[in-house]
Design a protein around this ligand. Structure first.
Ligand code: SF4
Length: 63
């Protein structure tokens, strides 16, 4: 699974990092970025949850 955050859509709410801090972090601009490109097996469910929870649909997941 690959994951990317669309920085143009992210509003920096922090929901994704709260759900899965193994994968998401807020950068210096207060926007989310993925710490990894390839998601480990153990983090996949949380990444899907984060993508569902994102209010702007900024998280792109490729299964
Ligand atoms: S949940 Fe969406 S809008 Fe909120 S910080 Fe994460 S990527 Fe950005």
């Amino acid at each position: 699974m690959k994951v990317k955050v669309n920085q143009d859509s992210c509003i920096g709410c922090g929901a994704c990092a709260a759900i899965c801090d193994n994968v998401f972090e807020l950068n210096d601009e207060g926007l989310s970025q993925a710490k990894v490109e390839e998601v480990e097996e153990k983090d996949k469910e949380e990444v899907r949850d984060a993508a569902d929870a994102c209010p702007t649909g900024a998280i792109e997941v490729e299964e």
